[in-house]
Design a protein around this ligand. Structure first.
Ligand code: ADP
Ligand code: ZN
Length: 731
């Protein structure tokens, strides 16, 4: 395919804009012409909008009427690799191209000319008076050679106030300059000494690096128990990418994780990488976007959307905790960052490392089938050993009503407190109680807008809907029957468990860790840091603690309700329970003390619980894989979820029925349609939701069939349709 790369002034170009149109628009190339892929500003009606030159104009209308591109933005043009990638993601996820372009340009002020700010370097003169503080400032500037700092960075590094720096500027000992705001990131040095690797680790690194040196695409599943050194290993793959002059991207599931991780990157490579996540400032996001595009950011650590950054030469993508469900975006563009990382890497000849202690069945199956390489790290680093896992059979425990900590678990916690070790009590439910029941009439307080019960948050003194976020004050009287004082909390959430722990262990220091209890990611990080230092005897945590934090003094994990997620309607319920329980248990005994995990369960003989306890992972996956194969569901079959929603339930169902009746395009590829049925959450934010599920054989062209199936639909009024290919959560 020979594509025209450059368009002379006045030539017609097709521009893809971020506006919701189903086609590109033709404009005249501006003064000075423009390159294919150039980011441009174009007029659309009375507005100016962002776009990308996508190819030669289509023409077919009066040329005199064509408007001209307003200007070409001062950023690197979109590379062909990126255009191909966006097109393929659009085809795979059935997303219109303008939405893809929005995803790829999520940095504010892209078109702004580079703005300036003050930076500071070593000056020529000597200060008149030498103080400790002044010496530290000059020391920092000398240590970092020619590197420039902002005022804040310099003062922080030297541990002085900014007035000390300003004083040195007056004396000429420090130079103040104007510099473009979007500075390149500090150079990362792959050849600084890393840690001495163990035999297993070194072997893994050698395999990964050999793959990298081929310069071709390839994906490796890096499976290793928590604490086995997966991070150490993939940092060496990052080092190799940097040595090859290519860029690396490390995707992490949770912002709270990055603090610890960034420190490790700095220790390994001598500087901090670029960060991309929703907590980053607008200026920082813009800087990342631009520097990645011009090759002045060697490593990006980020959340899933970092995959859509305009890398100049991406050589490695690491997806850490690859099984994590937060890699699937479920609003806007429905995409799986893990799967799309593989797609992008295949296009640009990069390597992918999928790291996890408990891989997804998808990745496990791809490794089994030989599509992915697989490397196992089987032992924990140092003296750390895997925790011993045991069940507490709740049928045999003497429980007081309204309590959840069994006598056996209580004993185990007391033993740890005696030895000054930490215990974690895990419950995967935020708030105080999941249900508020009126003991007079039996009413359970529900959200006015959703098909969901309201969760009491005693800490906030409110009821909250976990679907739409709506809150209301806790009522004194039942909203249904009006009787006073009969409302009762049913079941435990993290806050209620903490209350019970306080009563059960009156002398212990208790810390609660739940994403909603902290005002900011920073506050949460600080708390995690404190706990890691040992500032808690008992940690009460939700899912948040299952993810990669290091608590060296933690030796006991008690799972309050191991049965909780076993019985979801979700085809991945068993897999999720298995992953979560193993992840949580992996928190115990990371340093030199052995750990123990105790699972409270009413079904100790359930196959999933048994697999968790025995640690027979391959056995679990084989059984799970066989079950899914027999049912023809992912990863051995394909699925898509169609959700129709609208303010009235009737018309939404009518459309669902129309779709179900006209399923010829699906039958042609051997696919089946289930539904329409009310979605598991039948109403969210006042919109009624009806769902159809499409199940197709593996390899069937499901996107094409779905497109032909839904295109004839005329959606009237306020009815919306969303398609979710490879749905992860069924709601
Ligand atoms: P994982 O990512 O598999 O959970 P990490 O890479 O975080 O494991 O390693 C767990 C802990 O052991 C970390 O504190 C890490 O620094 C340490 N560690 C792992 N391998 C080594 C090594 N070869 N030398 C020194 N420390 C190591
Ligand atoms: Zn709601």
């Amino acid at each position: 395919m020979s594509t025209q790369e450059y368009f002379d002034q006045g030539e017609l170009v097709a521009v893809l804009t971020t506006q919701p149109l189903d086609r590109t628009l033709d404009y005249k190339s501006p003064e000075g012409g423009c390159f294919l892929g150039a980011f441009v500003e174009v007029p659309l009606g009375p507005r100016k909008v962002l776009g990308v030159v996508w190819g030669p104009g289509q023409g077919g209308f009066d040329l005199a009427k064509a408007r001209s591109v307003i200007r070409v933005l001062e950023v690197a043009p979109m590379r062909e690799e990126m255009r191909v990638f966006l097109g393929k993601v659009a085809d795979y996820t059935l997303t219109p191209m303008p939405a893809m372009l929005r995803l790829a340009t999520r940095a504010p002020g892209l078109g702004d000319p580079p703005s300036m700010r003050k930076i500071y370097r070593l000056g020529q003169a000597q200060p008149d008076r030498v103080t400790d503080a002044r010496t530290r400032v000059l020391g920092v500037l000398q240590d970092y050679g020619g590197l420039a700092f902002t005022l804040k960075e310099l003062a922080e590094q030297a541990g002085v106030t900014s007035s000390v720096v300003k004083g040195l500027v007056k004396q000429g000992a420090v130079r103040e300059e104007d510099s473009p705001r979007d500075l390149p990131y500090p150079h990362l040095d792959p050849d600084l000494p890393g840690k001495a690797l163990t035999g297993d680790q070194a072997e893994a690194v050698a395999k990964l690096q050999a793959g990298q040196r081929t310069g071709d695409y390839g994906t490796t599943l890096l499976k290793g128990v928590t604490g086995s050194g997966k991070t150490e290993v993939y940092l060496e793959a990052v080092a190799e990418a940097l040595r090859m002059g290519r860029q690396a991207l490390v995707l992490l599931p949770e912002i709270a994780l990055t603090a610890e991780f960034l420190t490790r990157v700095e220790a390994r490579f001598g500087a901090r990488p670029a960060e991309w996540h929703s907590g980053a400032t607008m200026t920082e996001r813009r800087r990342v976007w631009r520097m990645v595009g011009q090759g002045d950011a060697q490593l990006v650590v980020g959340a899933r959307s970092a995959l859509f950054l305009p890398f100049r030469d991406l050589g490695l993508v690491v997806v850490d905790e690859e099984h994590d469900t937060s890699y699937k975006q479920e609003d806007g563009v429905h995409y799986s960052a893990r799967d799309m990382a593989v797609l992008r890497s295949a296009i640009c000849g990069a390597r992918v490392i999928l790291a996890s202690a408990t891989p997804s069945l998808e990745s496990w199956a791809n490794a089994e089938a030989g599509k992915y390489d697989r490397i196992d790290l089987t032992s924990r680093f140092g003296e750390a050993v895997l925790p011993e896992m045991n069940a507490i059979d709740m049928r045999a425990e003497q429980m007081q009503p309204g309590t959840w900590i069994s006598p056996s678990l209580r004993q185990a916690v007391l033993q740890r407190i005696e030895k000054s070790e930490q215990s974690l009590l895990f419950i995967n439910r935020r708030g105080y109680a999941p249900v508020t029941l009126c003991r007079a009439c039996g009413e359970q307080i529900a959200c006015d807008h959703c098909d969901a019960r309201m969760v009491e948050h005693r800490f906030l003194k409110r009821l909250m809907c976990h679907q739409c976020g709506e809150t209301k004050p806790m009522p004194e009287t039942c909203p249904s029957c009006g009787v006073e004082g009969k409302l009762a909390p049913i079941g435990p959430g993290i806050e209620r468990l903490a209350e019970e722990a306080e009563a059960t262990f009156p002398n212990a220091k208790i810390a609660m860790l739940s994403s909603d209890l902290f005002g900011s990611a920073r506050a949460l990080k600080a708390k995690i840091e404190e706990i890691a230092q040992g500032d808690a005897d008992i940690i009460i945590g939700t899912q948040l603690v299952a993810k990669g934090h290091n608590f060296p003094k933690l030796t006991l994990v008690g799972v309050i309700d191991a049965d909780l997620s076993l019985h979801g309607a979700d085809l991945r319920a068993a897999e999720r329970t298995f992953q979560l329980m193993r992840q949580v248990a992996g928190r115990a005994g990371r340093a030199d003390k052995p750990g123990q995990a105790l699972l409270q369960t009413f079904q100790p003989e359930h196959p999933v619980i048994r697999a968790i306890l025995s640690g027979d992972e391959e056995g679990f996956w084989k059984t799970e894989a066989a079950g899914r194969q027999a049912a023809g569901v992912p990863p051995y079959g394909r699925m898509a979820g169609i959700v129709l929603s609208g303010p009235e339930v009737g018309p939404v169902f009518d459309i669902g029925n129309t779709l179900a009746r006209n399923d010829a395009p699906l039958r042609e590829i051997g696919a089946q349609v289930f539904g329409p049925a009310p979605a598991p959450i039948a109403r969210i934010r006042g919109r009624h939701r009806v769902r159809l599920l499409v199940k197709a054989p593996k390899g069937a062209p499901i996107q094409d069939a779905i497109t032909r199936w839904i295109t004839p639909l005329r959606l009237k009024g306020d009815i919306r349709l969303t398609v979710d290919i490879d749905p992860q959560s069924f709601y």
